[in-house]
Write a protein that binds this ligand. Structure first.
Ligand code: ADP
Ligand code: MG
Length: 348
């Protein structure tokens, strides 16, 4: 299909995509590799001992991003959210495809989009090797969907089902700015230019028992860890997470609003506990790894915060306590229980 009378689909692919996608990508120099231009791409054989990792995430105009978003930030973000999934698996990137459903080809906008996209692709040596481009209906939102391919040594992936009794639960970076800035309709670096935690994911191989990225909010993701791990546990045994409310790391914007009196402490921590669009990693590791994880935080120059512990329980659930090890009040617990982003539950 031809998305615009001005620039044909094929000119678009040749001029805006094909001309730049190989730059700085060793993938394209590999004799077995075939990138953009044929009916499908060909990947070089994996090194022995590795397995493929595949993830897809899409961004929809009006739902995941504001229509007036800076195009270079959007290009960055659509790849970043996918690389974040690889990071959460402890995988390293190999290549990706991009499917674009767009109303028209606005050349300067698209050039900026690919500038942001391909800069991140080069940074992480993840080659754009194909995709699809179609025109959507005039009143339909634009859609960008990336499928990323990575690799991980066989059996080394960090999965959601890996929790073990006695594990400590950690989060990287700080939390809350993404959702706080969406509410305020303010831009933030966190929201527009998320940094996928790939180096952390790789370093956690052999240290962490399980990991997940925080795209839908910490509490919701912890519940995924608990449910997936409980489903794999021995008959009748589940996991619960004892989480420390006062240990949650607050994002800079949230912390600033708190000190300016624009948010209460309680509101600030609710953003941190439940806000989506973070792309930090939440992972569990045995307590003996604690010193190593703290050293890792220094090496990566990335805060890593222990926010609680994993215990066996009769059912998968979260137990919150405050700084004095007392349970949180019932209203707050109710508010937290209602949170967690579910596209189909929360939106018309
Ligand atoms: P086909 O008709 O076989 O699906 P297309 O004409 O859609 O092929 O695409 C031609 C080439 O351009 C293919 O290699 C495809 O992977 C690539 N391509 C198309 N759209 C995109 C895109 N948005 N991003 C990256 N590669 C693309
Ligand atoms: Mg096609």
């Amino acid at each position: 299909m031809n998305p615009t009378p001005g620039l044909s689909e094929f000119e678009f692919i040749d001029r805006l995509i094909k001309a730049h996608c190989a730059q700085g990508q060793p993938f394209y120099a590999h004799p077995q590799a075939l990138g953009i231009g044929d009916d499908a791409a060909l990947l070089p054989a994996l090194d022995p001992g590795y397995q493929h990792v595949v993830a897809t995430d899409m961004l929809i105009e009006g739902r995941h991003y504001f229509p007036d978003v800076a195009p270079d930030a959007l290009g960055h973000k659509v790849l970043a959210v996918n690389l974040s999934d690889l990071a959460a698996m402890g995988a390293e990137p190999v290549a990706f495809t991009l499917a674009a459903g767009i109303k028209r080809i606005d050349v300067p906008w698209m050039e900026a989009f690919f500038k942001g996209l391909l800069a991140l692709a080069r940074l992480h040596q993840c080659a754009l090797i194909g995709g699809d481009t179609t025109r959507t209906a005039p009143d339909a939102p634009d859609v960008f969907s990336v499928t990323v391919i990575g690799r991980v040594p066989i059996g080394a992936a960090l999965c959601r089902h890996g929790l073990r009794e006695g594990d400590e639960l950690w989060v990287s970076g700080d939390l809350g700015d993404g959702s706080f800035c969406v509410r305020e309709r303010r831009s933030s670096k966190k929201l527009l230019w998320p940094e996928p935690r790939l180096a952390l994911g790789l370093a956690l191989r052999g240290i962490a028992h399980s990991a997940i990225d925080i795209s839908d909010g910490l509490l919701s993701e912890v519940n995924h860890l608990l449910k997936n791990s409980s489903a794999r546990a021995q008959e009748g045994q589940s996991f619960c997470a004892h989480l420390n409310w006062s240990s949650l790391p607050l994002g800079h914007e949230v912390a600033r609003a708190l000190s300016a009196g624009k948010l209460s402490e309680r509101e600030a921590r609710i953003f941190s506990a439940t806000g989506g669009d973070e792309y930090e990693l939440c992972f569990s590791a045995p307590a003996v790894q604690s010193a190593r994880i703290r050293r890792l935080a220094d090496d990566l120059n990335l805060p890593l915060t222990c926010i609680g512990k994993i215990r066996h329980a009769d059912s998968a659930h979260v137990l919150w306590t405050d700084a004095h090890a007392k349970p949180l009040d019932a209203d707050l617990l109710e508010e937290l229980a209602q949170s967690g982003f579910d596209h189909f539950r929360h939106n018309p």
